[in-house]
Design a binder for this molecule. Structure first.
Ligand code: ADP
Length: 452
């Protein structure tokens, strides 16, 4: 059996926002993860050359810098929430790293240090995390720091700490060498900043356009739901009236119904019943998407009771098809709106009954598993054909085999269930095997009252 977890890549239900903030947070987390590697690199690239190859590196000072960056990164990694996506936090990280880097440059020969090239990484990272101007500003800051270090060393204000094995000449006082190094560093930094920001700028622009398009779609989707809601609302009252008038006629209150008419009347009633069902489903579907119930409507719903009630309403259908029913239900409660839980149960159980031929079995399991309420509705019915599996949560979709067994169906039940389950931040999935049966599994998270 293949497991199908419902997916909604376009966010058509529950109005999933575009993940711009999430993405930025992801990038910042990636930056923090990269820094663990950098810390490892600081220790490895100082201790290995010093201990294995006998290169004269000031290990103590470099290790102190490594520890400083490590502690800073531990602090960053504990931060959560919106602070991560703030621009000042990105500046703080880049600034902290550059302070560490400038110290390492100093301990490895100042303007003669090969570590100078490593500044380029942060120019690129700034381009990813920050706006274009900030990236150029950071590149300028790095150059200023390097220039200050070079000048202070050249003037003898701070000691020059060369690594003779890397760079056996003394050029740190040589003006043209300093100027040349600074010139090429400047062109490299600004060139990299320009290239990287050009790429990210285009991507960020596309992202912003996508957000606008998504919002527009969302608005259109809402307008469509509002239209459906209004129309179905207007249709329901006259349809209910027609149905009850027809029943009055069928039951003979308006006079004896001739034999020939009785058959036609029955068909009209079935059709009207289906229309009413469709209108009700459309109403549930649209209102479920548009408006969430108020806080006062939430209750501790006793799932065991709710299942019992729904089953009692379906008793005649189960008997009529001589289905074997098994219920394994625990006393679990879920903070929810009772009518919504009833809708979920009704749709799933009704499907299991509808799509199981006479003499089959329907089973319901309801229990608490950790911090979740698990609901399982299984049947030994038709099963869902493979080609239909990715589509069964779509509005109005019905698989061919289902249409053969049950001519009338709105194809809205599972769309309603999915939309509701999503409102409770739950998950719905199914296993199915053709002509053997189907299991629908719903998992609801158990949350604190305050979050409803
Ligand atoms: P409807 O039952 O009105 O057709 P639903 O949205 O409830 O609409 O279901 C959509 C489709 O998913 C059904 O038409 C059927 O093809 C399939 N389906 C749902 N539940 C089952 C089940 N228990 N067994 C087999 N097929 C099912």
């Amino acid at each position: 059996m293949e497991k199908h977890l419902e997916k909604d890549p376009v966010g058509a239900y529950g109005h999933t926002p575009l993940p711009l903030e999430k993405e930025l947070e992801g990038r910042v987390r990636w930056f923090i993860r990269l820094r663990w590697l950098a810390v490892l690199g600081i220790f490895a690239f100082s201790w290995i050359p010093a201990r294995v190859f006998g290169i004269s590196l000031p290990l103590f000072q470099i290790s102190c810098v490594g520890l400083g960056v490590l502690f800073l990164n531990i602090f960053y990694s504990f931060l959560r929430g919106p602070v991560l996506t703030k621009e000042w936090f990105a500046h703080l990280q880049v600034g902290g790293d550059w302070l560490g880097l400038i110290f390492i440059v100093h301990y490895t020969g100042g303007i003669e240090s090969p570590v100078l090239y490593y500044f380029i990484f942060h120019v690129i990272i700034s381009a990813v995390l920050l706006p274009r101007r900030a990236c150029f500003l950071n590149a300028t800051l790095a150059l200023t720091m390097i220039a200050c270090l070079a000048v202070l060393e050249a003037m003898g204000v701070i000691p020059h700490m060369p690594v003779k094995e890397f760079f056996p000449w003394y050029l740190y006082k040589h003006t043209w060498f300093i100027l040349g190094e600074l010139f090429f560093l400047a062109t490299t930094f600004y060139g990299a900043a320009y290239l990287a920001t050009s790429v990210t700028h285009t991507l960020k622009k596309r992202e912003a356009e996508l957000i606008v398009a998504h919002e527009r779609l969302h608005k259109l989707d809402r307008a469509k739901d509002e239209f459906v809601l209004r129309v179905s609302h207007e249709l329901r009252a006259p349809l209910s009236a027609i149905e009850s008038l027809l029943r009055t006629v069928e039951e003979g209150y308006a006079g004896q119904v001739p034999e020939a008419m009785s058959d036609i009347l029955g068909r009209i009633m079935r059709r009207t019943g289906f229309l009413l069902q469709l209108v009700n489903d459309l109403l549930d579907f649209a209102s479920g998407k548009l408006e969430r119930p108020k806080k006062e409507e939430y209750e501790e719903v006793n799932m065991e009771e709710a299942i019992k009630n729904i089953l009692s309403l379906m008793h005649s259908k189960i008997e009529g098809k001589r289905l074997k029913l098994s219920v394994d239900s625990e006393h679990v409660t879920l903070r929810a709106v009772p009518t919504e839980i009833d809708l979920i149960l009704t749709n799933l159980i009704d499907n299991a009954i509808k799509y199981t031929p006479e003499g089959g079995s329907v089973g319901i399991i309801n229990k608490r598993v950790g911090r979740q309420v698990l609901l399982e509705v299984r049947d030994t019915g038709l099963g869902i054909p493979e080609e239909a599996r990715p589509r069964i949560f779509e509005e109005f979709y019905r698989a061919e085999n289902a249409k053969t067994l049950e001519k009338e169906g709105t194809g809205l039940g599972l769309a309603i269930v999915r939309s509701l389950v999503r409102h409770y931040e739950g998950e719905i999935s199914f296993h199915s095997e053709l002509n053997k049966g189907t299991v629908f599994t719903v998992r609801f998270p158990i949350k604190d009252d305050s979050r409803t």
